[in-house]
Design a protein around this ligand. Sequence first.
Ligand code: SF4
Length: 64
Amino acid sequence: MKVSVDRDLCTGCELCVETCPDIFKMDGDVAVAYDNNDPVPEDMEDCATEASEGCPVEAIPLEE
Ligand code: SF4
């Protein structure tokens, strides 16, 4: 599984960072996924999925 943040959609609400801080961090006004999470470690897939589903603007596409 891979995750990324669409910077053009992200509103910087920080929800994904709160949900899954090992995968996402803030970069100024937007969230980004850490580079070392490609692929997402297996034990973090659940929180990455939760963050993707919880994003209010659907800015976190998941790739299997
Ligand atoms: S939850 Fe979505 S809108 Fe909020 S910071 Fe994360 S990517 Fe951006």
